[in-house]
Design a protein around this ligand. Sequence first.
Ligand code: MOS
Length: 732
Amino acid sequence: MNAYVGTATSRVDGRAKVTGAAKYAGEFSANGLVHGFVVEASIPRGRIVRIDTDEALKVAGVLDVLTHANRPPLADKDDAWKDEVAPEGSPFRPLYDDRIKFNGQPIALVLAEEWETAKFAATLVRIDYEQDEFVTDLEAERGSANEMDKPHKPRGDAKAALAATGLRHEADYLLPTEHHNPMELFATTTVWDDGRLTVYDKTQGVQNVQKYLCSVFGKKPDEIRVLSPYVGGAFGSGLRPQYQVVLATMASLALKRSVRVVLTRQQMYGLGYRPMTIERVALGAGPDGTLDAITHEAIAMTSRYEDFSRNDTGWAEQLYKSPNTYFSHKLVDLDVATPCDMRAPGAATGVCALECAMDELAVALKLDPLELRLKCYSDRDQSEDLPYTSKQLRECYARGAEAFGWSRRDPTPRSMRDGKELVGWGMATGVWEALQMPVAVRIVLTANGHAEVSCAASDIGTGTYTIVAQVAADALGLPIENISVRLADSTLPQAPVEGGSWMAASSAHAVLAAAEDIRQELARLAKAMPDSPLADIDTHNVTLANGMIASNGKNAAAVSIADVMRHSNLERIEKEKLNEFAEDKSHARNTHSAVFAEVTVDEELGVIRVTRVVSAVAAGRILNTKTGRSQIMGSVVWGIGMALHEETQMDHRFGRIMNANIAEYHIPVNADIHDINVIFVDEPDERINKLGIKGLGEIGIVGVPAAIANAVYHATGKRIRRFPITLDKLLE
Ligand code: MOS
């Protein structure tokens, strides 16, 4: 065991990806493939009075234009449109009726023999609307916010404690709307085969999409198969079935042909996004820097047709000791598309507000920001008063500070310089959940010493193919080259959507469980062989290594797996196993990080550069130090985007997004990224699961924007509480 787990194994799908052999949803083809192009609404609220498709239909090569008026039947019961995951609710239904719910809503699908034809003909579709009053501005509407269920109960009396406290800091932090921009566009290709559909979709969960399509179109499970062998980034945008998969399926059923629908980058701004939040944090502290009270109240936007909310406010319960707390989360209904999960939903924003507030409190107390955090450090999750399965956050602070050189920081703002640029050092804490879900895996071991491991889970670019191969190779005692992994096909063994940072722990343990069944089967067969050297073994106490099955302990003996299978007349051994995790309500499960950032600020131009980031992460055992490091680095890059670049801008007069493209929606580019140092803090955790795995998908972004904002304050003495921190705000 452990030849591969914990090492820097290169991606098993790396070659396929860099050579272009890896195919994505929009790259599959079929005979007579039809191309669809989406027509979007240009008003935010109202109804369609008339759609004139005559001109579009006259274009040579156009096959049809689907609208709510002529589309094939869709389920009319609300229940049929329910999506149970991420977020639970009822995703937007394309071409369902004449109602317009948001600007950019798909209202027609032009179908043609060529994509260019469909795209051109889409410009000829004429729509008459009846427009209703609409609102899209969260800040203007914040007074109409409705309280959501409180996820975190108050403790003590926070309001009274704040009033009585020695020193208090209270402020609003504004985190803007951010849109998903995975490299791969949202796309679906359906392959029509005499009434059966194979659907290649960009999704984080093929079985979820398959169930949804069957429900929406009234199909039997064997009539629709969904695959997403490769996904070019998703980060939460592909948790839900997105509307293009419904449109492509609808078109296939209407035309009885194969269909491809690829959204444009602009159209992807009509999908889900990280919702704007206004976060009010109040902290009360004694002169020694211990907290008397924490309140965290968030107001977030949602659509008029669904309530979407995430845990923005409860994270203080995990991090900082305080006898009095109060949390609230309010929603404002706007005439916009429903928000969705985006990497570390709730925490990326909520912890940003909390960690900026902690920095402001440290300044007010004249305490080092790191020292303040250590004074308030909580060893327990105060929300449920639980200990952690493991929590090496102190070690993250220590290792991160050491690597960064934090002890050399002059606390006075504007005191550090590099030539004519100001230099600032800031830090923040990160926290996320360590979840695990039931996953089933099938392993087929063949007599030639090869194993195929299969599971419906997606690999959204995170490295699932690779870690599954690593764990299987170790558990079966085979070289990793002898393992092939099949993922992301709805006909394979059960898996949830890949999200929430739960797939590494979940899939790894499912592989272990199936491999255990293989091992026992081999042991039973080996024991029964004529003149077996393993005749006396305990079948539960064997190891597979180097193509052999060996008994453990004294008088160890071994036989080759090939011999065992030959003697048993077996070409293959196949085992499928669903792994569930025992429920443990006695411990909190979380990952943690300490982020240290250095910025330089050119005062004349307002230009901010993030010259160094050290991220020290405690996330249990790291399955693959190479893909794991890449996960954290990617997250840090996105955190830089949150701090300095990303913001969806809406023209509230039209309820329309103004910068729906990656020229004007700013994201960090290569020139914005300098030194990123990822440190994995050793965190043995025997309680959480057998391998001690916690997951890395989201923890890396949490804390990064606050660390940068705090560094900007330290450099300039200016506290910017409206993200992103752009140069105009610094120059003001
Ligand atoms: Mo992640 S936001 O759960 O894909």
